[in-house]
Design a protein around this ligand. Structure first.
Ligand SMILES: C[S@@+](CC[C@H](N)C(=O)[O-])C[C@H]1O[C@@H](n2cnc3c(N)ncnc32)[C@H](O)[C@@H]1O
Length: 211
């Protein structure tokens, strides 16, 4: 998506700032596996993913208004009723909006690396927030992580695996490129340029598996 102009209609205002989780079946008008995306950017992943997975109820968080509104506009224009976009800070909204054990998958692709040491605390993958995300996933729930920054990839894997997510390929292992996977907007550039992408697919084990 080239830089969109700011559309006037806010994205997801009916859902931001709620004190308790809404009834997501009512929000989407039908039941379905609930999946989240943190930092959906220009929305390339979200729009294609919901097209390929019409059964999923998908909630994307993007705090840049232009991108959030444009993604929602495109979803509506294409008739994708299974995508909601919230122009909000995912770290503040997610804890209020989802019940523990209710989320089937979390997608986090190319999160901002926050290069300055003083800004590192703004990174999405922190121990406390990762514990919270782990708690929101249902048993067997998936965490899809991608980044182009190798040391951040390793650090995020350490934190997410310490929170309880299991890496089926072995601790701290990256997942190979999968041509069937939907690429994010940023990832499309790297697939053309050949720049490395570090991927991981983590899973929340069932309580029996955790024993
Ligand atoms: C590098 S971009 C990647 C966008 C997209 N995932 C992709 O791969 O093309 C990271 C995005 O995350 C958004 N973001 C960062 N922190 C966020 C937060 N706490 N809540 C919502 N969005 C956030 C940024 O605005 C930016 O659009």
């Amino acid at each position: 998506m080239s830089r969109p102009s700011l559309r006037p209609e806010p994205a997801g205002q009916d859902l931001t700032g709620l004190a308790a989780p809404p009834d997501w079946t009512a929000v989407f008008g039908r039941p379905g596996p609930l999946e989240l995306e943190i930092g959906s950017g220009a929305g390339g992943f979200a729009l294609e993913y919901v097209r390929r997975h019409p059964e999923v109820n998908y909630v994307a968080f993007e705090w840049r208004k232009k991108y959030a509104r444009e993604t929602l506009f495109r979803a509506q224009a294409r008739g994708y009723g299974n995508l909601r976009v919230l122009e909000a800070d995912a770290r503040f909204e997610i804890p209020r909006l989802f019940e523990p054990g209710s989320v089937a998958a979390i997608h986090l692709q190319f999160p901002d690396p926050w290069w300055k040491r003083a800004h590192l605390k703004r990174a999405v993958v922190q121990p406390d927030f990762s514990q919270l995300l782990f708690g929101l996933l249902e048993p067997g729930g998936r965490f899809d992580l991608r980044t182009d920054v190798e040391d951040r990839a390793r650090r995020m894997l350490e934190i997410l695996e310490a929170a309880g997510l299991v890496n089926p390929l072995g601790p701290l292992a990256f997942h190979p490129f999968d041509p069937d996977e939907v690429p994010s907007t940023r990832e499309r550039r790297y697939l053309v340029s050949g720049q490395p992408v570090y991927r991981a697919r983590l899973v929340k084990p069932s309580s029996e598996e955790r024993r």
